[in-house]
Design a protein. Structure first.
Ligand SMILES: Cc1ncc(C[n+]2csc(CCOP(=O)(O)OP(=O)(O)O)c2C)c(N)n1
Ligand SMILES: [Mg+2]
Lengths: 358, 349
């Protein structure tokens, strides 16, 4: 056994090296892309991105008071993806999300008040205080729930796609998941089945290169997730997830294809999580990842990039943006106020909702 | 005996340590667990740790912290998030001569591995007529509080207690967690090693050398003559806290910590019930088909005629864990519920 140790060590080292050299350049926005998106849509994208950012920042602000007793998984740095995907969705389209679901819910149109109330464990919360931050739902908006079990939501999204097909509707279903979920069997089983049945599903991977503190290179032999699609006979594309137009274009293609009966697609959006896996702190401070890597990604801030894009293309003025921010800030204060002032559930409600009563 | 004693808090341990001439070596549950792992890895080349985040700076709430620096990442191996498949890998490695310890930060991830644990690990020895065995330790940690909610706080021990071929241990003290870890690694069977997150900072006496605590042997934590309280995992501490308030009511409690729930130390419980005639079972899991149901059934079968009152069970209600702090408070219980249950029992008869 002892003599094999060296062998194993070099094998481990080699595989780590393999990953970083293989980083292909993900698809960026096309020139045509920016020009073909209506100004109103671009404004809408910026607004959603900003709302998500401010929502998460609001949590960071209020969290030290220790009355928001729920583990929070912030998506700061990844906001463009949720915005640019959900903008293509109708109210009756489904999304299924994960532990990191705030951005998806907001982009799909959930009421922030009810989200905040949920975080504060109140009766008025979107899950009546039973679920907390990891189990948001908004059925009227196509959010049937979110799961904190990695990979758990992917087959469920496929099931919703199957239902669309069986019911003869043209709704589509989006499974949001991280690079970590690709490790799970459910990802592969779901891809196979969705492709087999040509289901209206978009596999939307937010590849932020980490699962908790475990880098992708410790879990996967290479870092090209989009490539997996080929093996399952479906289109796969890799885009810069912090480039809102690139995500917009890729998501549009996938959603349109699914809605038209063309079957599923895999979209890998490369991005980066700025904060810790859970909670408002920063991982870099704990030495969990290289500082230069973190700093490089800070420069790719999706909020800043979108802002610049809109200014340069004269879609919005600085003034309009300021006003927008003011409005959003007000909305955040109201949401927190609503959450904090809402009543707690009665202790007797513990026993409600274990079973559906019709 | 310092190693059988439950120190309800740190000051109690410190007091005891001062009284000892040679001094007591105190470790937390977390440290004792890590020490057992490290010492067994040092002693036995075949032992290795695998699990998501085992080499993380946090190191599974500190229980594997820094071990990868000492033993290398090939023996303290981070994994893909692929619990079922990785359990199969662990089983294969175990049968082929290794001694894996597979760690899960939350017990809630074990349902992902049910196929490999239940259909494969538990059955393999039997299916091969005893010609193979699966020396595998599967660690998992039960969470609690801060809105951990339905998927991050489950106590699923009863699921595993049901399966022939598995052993299930639930240590409560630093001494036991070390001794039981050593026994589990050496056992040769698949052992479900179940910890509670709230035990991690408990302190107690832990000898420096490698020692074992036998699997399948419970222990009397406090002798008493009026009522037997069987408490599992961190409920042992709540049961110990209930002792004095009940003494004040003139009720002398015997506290039993089974330490292993499969195989269960039935004799220890039966003997105690024969003496006291009363049984209260305290579990950290749900009631229906739970650990408490099994223990009550054993006593009903083997010591029915000694019972002076119906058995009482103090458990979680049959409800998923809620998020809201108000509902969490209604869901969980502490020693006060044990006190009131015992008092009720005496009032009723
Ligand atoms: C089945 C399962 N295993 C492990 C975990 C613990 N866990 C929670 S989130 C996470 C990492 C997920 O990484 P990724 O899918 O990339 O999403 P990200 O957090 O990066 O957005 C892990 C391992 C879990 N929740 N579920
Ligand atoms: Mg990730």
């Amino acid at each position: 056994m002892v003599k094999n140790k060296k062998l194993i060590k070099t094998a481990v080292k080699k595989s780590v090296r393999l990953v970083r050299t293989q980083a292909d350049s993900p698809r960026r926005a096309t020139k045509k892309g920016i020009n073909s998106i209506p100004a109103k849509t671009l404004k809408g994208l910026y607004e959603t991105i900003l709302r998500i950012r401010r929502f998460e920042e609001k949590i960071i602000e209020v969290y030290p008071a220790q009355d928001m007793k729920t583990p929070v998984h912030l998506c700061i740095g990844e906001e463009a993806i949720a915005a640019a995907v959900c903008i293509h969705l109708r109210k009756d389209d489904y999304i299924f999300s994960t532990h990191r679901s705030h951005g998806h819910s907001i982009a799909k149109g959930s009421d922030m008040k009810r989200m905040m109330a949920e975080f504060y464990g109140r009766k008025t919360g979107c899950s009546k205080g039973k679920g907390g931050s990891m189990h948001l739902c908004d059925p009227e908006n196509g959010i049937l729930g979110s799961t904190a079990i990695v990979g758990g939501g992917i087959p469920i999204a496929v099931g919703a796609g199957l239902a669309s097909l069986m019911k003869g509707t043209d709704t589509v279903s989006v499974a949001f998941f991280g690079d970590g979920a690709m490790d799970e069997g459910t990802f592969h089983e779901s891809m196979n089945f969705a492709s087999l049945k040509k289901l209206p599903v978009i596999f939307l991977c937010e590849n932020n290169f980490y699962a908790t503190n475990s880098p992708q290179s410790a879990r996967q032999p290479h870092d090209n997730i989009a490539m997996r699609a080929a093996g399952y006979g479906m289109p796969g594309v890799q885009v810069d997830g912090n480039d809102v137009v690139a995500v917009y274009e890729a998501a549009k293609e996938a959603v349109d294809r699914a809605r038209a009966g063309g079957g599923p697609s895999l979209v890998e959006c490369r991005t980066y999580r700025w904060k810790g896996h859970v909670g408002p702190d920063c991982d870099v401070e704990k030495g969990c990842r290289p500082r230069d890597e973190h700093e490089m990604w800070l420069k790719k801030c999706p909020v800043e990039r979108t802002r610049k894009l809109l200014l340069e293309n004269k879609i919005m003025s600085e003034k309009e943006m300021e006003k927008l921010l003011d409005n959003i800030n007000k909305e955040m204060d109201e949401a927190v106020e609503f959450g904090r002032s809402s009543p707690f559930p009665d202790a007797s409600e513990l026993f409600d909702d274990v079973y559906y009563k019709g | 005996m310092p190693w059988t004693k439950v120190y309800v808090d740190k000051s109690e341990f410190e007091k005891a340590a001062q009284l000892q001439k040679e001094g007591l070596r105190g470790l937390t549950f977390r440290e004792a667990l890590k020490e057992a792992t490290a010492q067994m890895m040092e002693k036995d080349d075949r032992v290795f740790v695998m699990g998501e985040g085992v080499d993380d700076p946090g190191g599974i709430f500190g229980s594997t912290q820094g071990l990868h620096k000492k033993f290398g990442k090939e023996r303290v191996m981070d994994l893909p998030i692929a619990e079922n498949g990785m359990t199969g890998v662990a089983i294969g490695a175990a049968m082929a001569g290794m001694r894996p310890i597979f760690v899960h930060m939350r017990m809630d991830f074990l349902p992902m591995c049910m196929d490999q644990i239940v259909n494969h690990a538990a059955k393999w020895c039997y299916m091969t007529g005893g010609r193979t065995n699966v020396p595998l330790v599967i660690r998992s940690i039960i969470g609690k509080g801060w809105g951990s909610a339905a998927q991050h706080s489950q106590a699923l021990q009863a699921l595993f207690m049901h399966i022939p071929g598995l052993k299930v241990v639930m240590p409560s003290t630093p001494y036991d967690v070390k001794g039981l870890m050593v026994s589990s690694i050496q056992d040769g069977n698949p052992v479900m090693f179940i910890e509670h997150r709230w035990l991690y900072e408990q302190i107690g006496h832990v000898p420096e050398e490698i020692y074992t605590v036998p699997i399948g042997k419970g222990i009397v934590r406090k002798q008493g003559k009026d009522v037997t309280v069987v408490a599992v995992s961190n409920m042992v501490y709540e049961a110990m806290k209930a002792v004095q308030p009940l003494e004040a009511e003139g009720i002398d409690v015997e506290v039993i910590d089974p330490r292993t729930i499969k195989p269960l130390d039935e004799d220890l419980i039966i003997e105690s019930v024969k003496k006291t005639g009363r049984l209260v079972i305290v579990d950290i899991g749900w009631k229906t088909c739970g650990v408490s149901a099994e223990i009550a059934a054993v006593v009903a079968e083997k010591a029915f005629k000694y019972l002076k009152a119906p058995v009482k069970r103090v458990t979680l209600p049959d409800v998923p864990t809620p998020n809201s702090p108000v509902l969490e408070d209604a869901y969980y219980f502490d020693y006060k519920r044990i006190v009131s249950s015992v008092k009720e029992m005496f009032r009723e008869v």
